[in-house]
Design a protein around this ligand. Structure first.
Ligand code: E4P
Length: 219
């Protein structure tokens, strides 16, 4: 399973990259806005930090403008994946960009029917938002399972990216379902480390080591 980091913050990216487990980064207009830096400039910096797929989202709403914006974003760096929303204009843009060899990540996916459209248009990645589905009281993970079944039935090459991740359980459920990628806020990545038995176990190991060797060497 590929791990992407779900942020546009350079310090967060540097911290996560040091773990050696990050395969890419996803941004969206809200995450870019938080950094207060124009998207082109910020994703260029992100591409210097991570050698993997970096999603940069279009903010125009007509297919013609999305295609132009997608072409511009794709020129920033070879690793840029153009993110487009799952609306009819977005799917027109994804089809056109795919024909030009530009890789796309179709975002704001909330149904299997939408995911089928994205695959047929030639999307490189589909991003179902499982946390936002959970937020309205439906099981988001079921959408990941449905999309994976449909894509397998027809051998679509579109990768399924579990997005809108709220905690470690989402990551485990997405991995069990077979999602190709998940995108994690840094907080969730850090939460993946936590287990109380690891903490207490390490404490005891170090205590035993100190008692056996550091006290002896004191004599
Ligand atoms: C990533 O591609 C999505 O934009 C992101 O995961 C959305 O997360 P949110 O629902 O926490 O805003």
């Amino acid at each position: 399973m590929k791990f992407f980091l779900d942020t546009a913050n350079l310090d967060e990216i540097k911290k996560a990259v040091a773990y050696g487990v990050i395969d890419g980064v996803t941004t969206n207009p809200s995450l870019i806005a938080k950094e207060g830096v124009p998207v082109d400039e910020q994703v260029r910096k992100i591409c210097e930090l991570v050698d993997g797929d970096i999603s940069a989202e279009v903010v125009s709403t007509t297919s013609r403008e999305m295609i132009q914006e997608g072409r511009r974003l794709a020129k920033i760096h070879k690793n840029i994946v153009v993110k487009a929303p799952l609306i009819p204009e977005g799917i027109v843009a994804v089809s056109a960009l795919a024909k030009e060899g530009i890789r796309t990540n179709v975002t704001l996916c909330f149904s299997a029917a939408q995911a089928l459209l994205a695959a047929k248009a030639g999307a490189y990645i589909i991003s179902p938002f499982i946390g936002r589905i959970d937020d309205i009281g439906w099981p988001g993970i079921d959408l990941i399972k449905d999309i994976l079944t449909i894509y397998k039935n027809y051998s679509y090459g579109t990768q399924v990216l579990a997005a809108s991740i709220r905690g470690p359980l989402h990551v485990i459920e997405a991995a069990k379902a077979g999602a190709h990628i998940t995108t994690l806020p840094l907080k969730v990545l850090d939460q993946l480390f936590h287990h109380p038995l690891t903490g207490t176990g390490l404490e005891q190991f170090l205590k035993d080591h100190r008692n056996a060797f550091e006290l002896v060497s004191a004599y």
